[in-house]
Structures are given as structure tokens and as C-alpha cells.
Design a protein around this ligand. Structure first.
Ligand SMILES: [Zn+2]
Length: 379
């Protein structure tokens, strides 16, 4: 999926003749480093490569989006938990606007974000925040597409209250959504909006799980329509009827990348950031920090740079991880040996006692620990 995504340039990148960052994702090694790439295990048992660039493009890169959405899910889940533990309630709302099959994504996106901004300044809301016990909100943007109905951007919103009066909250939220769908050119339906209340019962784990998943995972695995990443997945797996459909799927992805540039996926209001400052400080990271923040529990295998370049050239990064999972070093060795590019592949043990894939001793720096050749290494 990432390889398909890499072919796409935004208009700006084309004009400036600039390579998109995603082209380096999972491929480039740190420019000043001669260090081998490391295949590592994290604290949850997952395998990954360390020492390789990550693009951090939430709207664009299926690999980074997965990491970022996972982090945001934990962040929201923690924020909800912190609020509930004070015996306070939270509202969950989904807001949509009417759109036609022929509306561009740009138009629908502008409509929903501009209308939501001005809607919040309306008297019924802006002047009654204190009465409502309204503390702040978290907002996420999700965009799906279908060939029948076109682009469907929608907002998922959490309202944080300083009380747990369910009746009062429900009355307000119902009023809120019935005003919203009639607001300006929203022209929506009541059925298109949704509201529910998450009370202070922390044991209701399922509700919290569902809500945080809906807020952060919709982009990746929506069942409601096509997301840019499900479009990429269809292209990558050949799940399309003909060339025309493939072309349209790529168009969906490409349009989405173009229109989401510079857009935040999660917005947390300043009042909440202040209220939960300690928590936010620890968990709120930039997308870049999220994708580069890894826990290395063990370095399992090193890959010298000449070998790494050939692995990338043959797009073998995911397969190397899979083969290691299946059959450790032997699995990886057998995989690479299958390709002519890896003629002369050797396994040595470095000074940290970790196996390293190389083209032999000569390619290693002079201060390198004189390797013990694995005598049992026969395939
Ligand atoms: Zn990436």
C-alpha cells in the first residue's frame, strides 16, 4: 500500500519538483549514519526495523497512519478515563452535513469545518457554557467516500462536562444536534447526527473502546464507505473489476491527499489541555514524535547497508519481518538467498553478539569486532 501511495505527488510537490516525504518512509537510513539497520522486537512482541526514516503522514501513509491512530486512541482513552475517574460525564456526538455525489471533497470539507466553527459562536452555545458545565471538547475528522454518494466528511466530538447530570446533558445534546442539521446550508437530517453520553462509570469499558475506536480508527478500517486507505488496499490486492475502477480508486486516494494537507486529525481544546496538563504532557506528541518513538526490547538482527538497499530495491521489507517471525534468521536468510541480488550473502556475529547480514567482512568498518563465523550456518 505504501508503495502505491509513494507514486502520488500533490500539486504543490509537482510544481516545486519536490519529492514527497513518504518516498523515504521505511526506506532511507539516517544520512550521517553508517550504522546497520536493526530488526527489533518491542515490548509487545511486535517486530520492526529501527534506524529507518518514518514520514509521519497521517493522511497519506498507511504505515504511519496506523501508528498515529493507535497513539491517538490511547490518548483519548486516557483522557476519558481521567475525566470519568473524577465522577464526571462526557458526551459523544457525530455531526454530518448533506452532500451530493457531485460535490468536491474541498467543498464538503470547507462546509463542515466553516459551519462548525461559526455554529459554536451561536448564542445558545457560546453564552451558556457555564450553565451547561461545559469544559471543553475533542474533535476528530473522518472522511469516507462512496461511488454512489461521493465524499462524506464527518466530525466526531467529545464534550467534557464538569458534572454527571445525564438528563441535563441529553437535553442539551439533543438541542445541539437538532440545531446543527438545520444550520445554514448544512441541510442535513436528524438521523444523520448522533449523540450519546458516557457517564462516570469507568467499568463501562466497552463504550469507551467503541467511542475511541470510532474517533480514531474510522479512517483506517471503515465499513461505512471507502477510506483512502481501503482504496489503497483494494489497488494493492488487485480487488477491482477493471482498469477503470483501479483508476477511480487511485483518484479517490489522490484527491484525499491533496485536500487534507496541513489538516489536523485530532483537535483538543486548550481548556482541556490545561485541565489535564500533566496527562497531556506525557501523552500528547506530534505525529513525528509518535512514529519515531519506539521501545526496543531486543535487537534480533542487524542488516548492513548494502544488504538493506537491496532489500528495499526488491520491496522485501515486509517479507523480511514475516519470515523472521516464521523462522527467525534462517527464514530471512532463505528468503534473501532466493534472489540473485543477494549472491555472496553472509551472516556474521557482531561485537554486541547480534547476527548481522553482510556481503562479508570487507564491507564492515575497520574497528569492527573480528567476527566469528557461524559454523552451524548451512542452508
Ligand atoms: Zn510513513
Amino acid at each position: 500500500m505504501r508503495n502505491i501511495a509513494k507514486q502520488n505527488y500533490t500539486l504543490k510537490e509537482t510544481k516545486e519538483k519536490r519529492k514527497p516525504r513518504i518516498q523515504f518512509c521505511g526506506y532511507s537510513v539516517n544520512a550521517n549514519s553508517n550504522q546497520p539497520v536493526r530488526l527489533c522486537k518491542n515490548d509487545k512482541g511486535g517486530l520492526f526495523f529501527n534506524g529507518v526514516a518514518n514520514c509521519g503522514g497521517y493522511w497519506r501513509c498507511p504505515v504511519c497512519a496506523l501508528k498515529i491512530s493507535e497513539n491517538k486512541k490511547e490518548l483519548l482513552s486516557g483522557l476519558i478515563g481521567a475525566h470519568q475517574s473524577k465522577n464526571l460525564s462526557i458526551g459523544f456526538l457525530t455531526l454530518t452535513v448533506r452532500h451530493s455525489k457531485f460535490d468536491t471533497l474541498k467543498k464538503s470539507l470547507e462546509k463542515i469545518s466553516n459551519n462548525y466553527r461559526s455554529f459554536q459562536n451561536q448564542r445558545f452555545f457560546s453564552r451558556s457554557k457555564i450553565d451547561l458545565g461545559f469544559m471543553g471538547q475533542v474533535k476528530t475528522l473522518e472522511i469516507t467516500y462512496s461511488f454512489e454518494n461521493g465524499w462524506h466528511p464527518h466530525l466526531h466530538i467529545l464534550f467534557f462536562y464538569n458534572h454527571s447530570d445525564g438528563k441535563k446533558i441529553e437535553k442539551f445534546q439533543k438541542d445541539f444536534i437538532s440545531r446543527w442539521f438545520k444550520y445554514k446550508d448544512n441541510d442535513g437530517t436528524l438521523g444523520g447526527q448522533n449523540q450519546q453520553i458516557l457517564n462516570s462509570d469507568v467499568s463501562n469499558y466497552l463504550a469507551k473502546y467503541d467511542i475511541t475506536s470510532e474517533m480514531t480508527k474510522g479512517q483506517i478500517k471503515s465499513t461505512k464507505g471507502l477510506t483512502p486507505f481501503t482504496a489503497l488496499a483494494k489497488i494493492a490486492s488487485g480487488d477491482y473489476a477493471d482498469y477503470m475502477e483501479k483508476h477511480r480508486l487511485y483518484g479517490v486516494y489522490s484527491c484525499y491527499v491533496e485536500q487534507t494537507q496541513g489538516k489536523h486529525f485530532v483537535n483538543i481544546s486548550n481548556s482541556l489541555r490545561k485541565e489535564y496538563a500533566e496527562f497531556m504532557e506525557e501523552f500528547d506528541k506530534t505525529d513525528e514524535e509518535i512514529v519515531n518513538n519506539v521501545t526496543i526490547e531486543e535487537v534480533l538482527l542487524k542488516v548492513s547497508l548494502p544488504i538493506w538497499k537491496l532489500i528495499c530495491k526488491n520491496d522485501l521489507q515486509p517479507l523480511v519481518l514475516i519470515k523472521y517471525k516464521e523462522n527467525n534468521l534462517e527464514g530471512v536468510y532463505n528468503l534473501l538467498k532466493y534472489f540473485r541480488d543477494f549472491n555472496g550473502l553472509d551472516v556474521e556475529i557482531d561485537k554486541d553478539d547480534v547476527p548481522i547480514l553482510t556481503f562479508g567482512y570487507c564491507e564492515l568498518p575497520p574497528d569492527f569486532y573480528k567476527p566469528k563465523i557461524l559454523s552451524t550456518w548451512k542452508v
